[in-house]
Design a protein around this ligand. Sequence first.
Ligand code: PHE
Length: 512
Amino acid sequence: MDIDVKNLHPLEVRLLRHVDLNEQITAERIIDELGYNVGQCNQAFSWLSAKGYLVETSRETRVMYELTEFGREQQQKGTPAQRIFTFIKAEGPQALPELALALQLEKSEIGSAFGQLSKAGYASMNEENKAQALSEELGGEFVLITELLRLGLAGELSEADLSEAQKSAMAKIAKKRGAANSPFKVIEREYIGFALTAEGKSAKEAILKAHITGEELGLVTSEMLSTGSWKEGSFRPYGLNAPTSRLIPGRHNPYGNYLQWVKDKLCSLGFEEFDGPLVENEFWNGDALFMPQFHSARDIHDVYYVKDPVHCKEIEEPWLSQVAKTHEDGWTTGSRGWRYSFDHEFTRRQVLRSQGTVLSAHQLPKAKVPGKYFGVARCFRYDQVDATHGADFYQTEGIVLGEDVNLKTLLGLLKMFAEEIAGAEEVKYVPGYFPFTEPSIEVHIKHPVLGWFELGGSGIFRPEVTKALGIDVPVLAWGLGIDRMALMHLGLNDLRELFTPNIESVRMRRGN
Ligand SMILES: N[C@@H](Cc1ccccc1)C(=O)O
């Protein structure tokens, strides 16, 4: 195997150099002997293991003791027993309450510490009921405890390293009165032994042969430049073959990009963009489009109603009166109208807009003639959700108004949408029916997986729509499902994928 040791990190190099060929190494030794901190040590071990240079050879759990805050205090001041002994040795016999006062210890602490001393024969009560010392100095367990506290100050104690006597002294004090009142905390620690694999051994040899020490400089600091010290060091080579981490820069959502692309395209063709609120009323969503209020023609959209407030405020005039009249008897549009009495309350019912055509209706009273407008509108209709239907969806809506626009102009526009914007190769234009257009045309495209589906509808607005809203020239209108166009264009098979929150699948998707 060809071992490329140039790419090893200095932490790995120093570790490899340090470990002997047939010896077991532990993290503790590396920390001790190489001065690594725990994090560096973990990194070096995990990198080398991942490369197959080190293998785990043993694993054992050791019981360790660590000095607590309370233990530190005792180490500094002495344990209550030691303090009592030293005090009565120096000052002569003392009553226990006086001792408590002088040593600033709780009475209970004094009581139990004196109990320990007297039980071990180092102190007793004299006739005056005062504590007196019985020997020159403390020995036995008291000395062992002092020793343990001192050792504990230097670092953790491993149970395995303690003498039998120390062990039994530790057993008494470590678990005594709950963790907070115990001088030592008991911890269980895992010790993992590692050894070099055959590859690890070859890597070590390669490092030695190449005179790589792990002390090579990796960074030139301004200080090294100003003192010239860089001249003495040798430098770490660049690991040109080292794998880099995957960089994931921020990116627009592909569907967002697509919508933007469509908008840019239409703007560059001279279209002006229109927009409007999601909550509309029956007037603009249907009545202004000559959809009879209580007729099955209205049912082509299952709209969502707004619960609160149920009705909007006033509808703008003269549009309300003109539209109402047109429904009733055709007004001056030349039509006979729908011949019913227009409901002025129904028309104010609030709905979630169910078709982008609502934006076209709004635009008519303020449109320039000639003019071209488009919008991308989110619409809501009660629908069974599947690969080609959502309960909400985007339509690209548009109108072109002018003296000389006609069905041919409309067909040209539909072709552009189907072929250029959706990218469909097979397109069908079929006669359709919408209450607001005459003639009406539906566009269908063939998706490679989903087969034929409808892109949307279009037509020439009826005079009942245009005249009631103040327009007296032909108006071409269309509303096409832009989600479905995106499906085709982005090579997807399900509308729901356009809105997926799955970041990985969005990342993998091709843009446009
Ligand atoms: N609004 C119609 C489409 C349409 C728009 C404009 C003219 C004709 C038809 C629909 O949602 O299906």
